[in-house]
Design a protein around this ligand. Structure first.
Ligand code: PLP
Length: 388
């Protein structure tokens, strides 16, 4: 089978030296980032403070629009921030937890940072309700939907679960929340870039994530989509001069909010990270999510089949429609095996209750998957000999 997407391999230097199966953690760096960083330094060195008006001032919004294209968001509805945790705080700061509607419903399969943030909001009056997984892989949708009641204000949930790659039923969650007057904060960190996401089809309220994994954009850029009708009226209390209608007026007193996306931003933007994000976003847009998804389904199925042939436990859904881009394989001494794989230039990671996570992206070959599985087999064989 010819794989047209493999022509992009040459744009990712690390693929020449490693078997790179860790795009769920840090996507491979596009070669174009060298130039982007050089241009950033040259601009700073030669244009100095003029760089703000010539390029830097509007970059956060421009990168937001670039990310927005991938989720069918209208222009101006995506702001950029340092990370998802900060984004949760910005969203929380738009709401009041002192009234009767102050319940926050989430699941124990959320990314821990998001969990820690909302748990800490108990001190601000939030009543936090955690829906627990039964099998460590999926989220019990019915129980989650039942927990969203008239007192629920916010539902921060992951679209794709970081441990198992299970795809939550985002549409059902959002529909239930809307029926009852609650809002969903959908974390698409592990979906955007590998699973289709359409904010308009979902009728999403808030949607967030970052560019460093499946979008190959490097650390330091998180994104926040706010539905335009909400964006016009919400007033984040985590705010600052960038969110002011007239930032250079340096007005005294309370803020007069700008329109989105600046309305949800606050202080000086993270320019180097925004510059580094550009090449990856451009490539992902060019390749297209549909082609990425098709290949991902094929390659994750291949990994699952190879792991099952070995009798290893797979902590990822078998149904491709319920599975994101990662396969979590639990095997004997999986943490030690992971360390050994990395020593042998096969880059993967290990997470408790998940096992070794392998995440092929559009730039991986099928052979790389075969090599990774064969190497695990080899490591286990060697360990068996040593421990005999
Ligand atoms: C689903 C999900 N949300 C959030 C994060 C990270 O959050 P933050 O951007 O705050 O570091 C990750 C992974 O790092 C993740 O997998």
């Amino acid at each position: 089978m010819t794989d047209d997407l493999l022509r992009y391999r040459s744009q990712f230097p690390i693929l020449e030296r490693t078997t790179y199966l860790i795009s769920n953690s840090l996507g491979a760096m596009p070669r174009g980032v060298y130039d982007a960083m050089k241009n950033y330094a040259d601009t700073w060195a030669t244009r100095g403070v003029r760089a703000w008006e010539e390029r830097w001032w509007t970059l956060a919004a421009e990168v937001g629009d670039q990310i927005g294209v991938l989720m069918n968001a209208p222009r101006g509805s995506v702001s950029t921030h340092q990370n998802v945790t900060t984004i949760q705080a910005i969203v929380a700061s738009c709401f009041d937890f002192s009234g009767k509607r102050n319940k926050v419903v989430y699941t124990d399969m959320n990314f821990p940072s998001v969990m820690y943030f909302w748990e800490a909001q108990r001190a601000n009056g939030a009543r936090v309700h955690m829906v627990k997984t039964d099998d460590g892989i999926t989220v019990p949708t019915e129980r989650l939907l039942d927990a969203i009641d008239e007192e629920t204000l916010l539902v921060p949930v992951s679209h794709v679960i970081f441990r198992s790659a299970y795809i939550n039923d985002a549409k059902a969650i959002i529909d239930k929340a809307h029926k009852i007057g609650a809002y969903v904060v959908l974390d698409t960190f592990q979906s955007l870039g590998t699973v289709p996401v359409d904010v308009q089809e979902l009728n999403a309220d808030f949607l967030c994530g970052g560019v460093l994994k499946w979008l190959c954009g490097g650390p330091g850029v998180g994104y926040l989509y706010v539905r335009p009708d909400l964006g016009k009226k919400l007033e984040p209390r985590i705010t600052g001069w960038i969110a002011h209608q007239n930032p250079f007026g340096f007005e005294i007193g309370p803020i007069r909010y700008a329109d989105p996306p600046y309305r949800f931003m606050n202080g000086t933007p993270h320019v180097p990270s925004l510059e580094a994000a550009g090449p990856g976003l451009k490539i992902i847009q060019e390749v297209g999510i549909d082609r990425i998804r098709e290949k991902s389904k094929h390659q994750t199925a291949r990994l699952i089949a190879l792991a099952e042939q070995q009798g290893w436990r797979v902590n990822t859904p078998r149904d491709p429609e319920k599975r994101g881009g990662t396969v979590s394989i639990d095997l004997p001494d999986s943490q030690v095996v992971c360390t050994e794989l990395i020593k042998r230039e096969i880059l993967v990671d290990w997470r408790p209750k998940a096992g070794v996570r392998m995440s092929p992206h559009f730039y991986n070959t099928d052979e790389e998957l075969d090599i990774a599985i064969a190497t695990i087999e080899e490591i286990l064989r060697e360990r068996a000999v040593v421990t005999k």
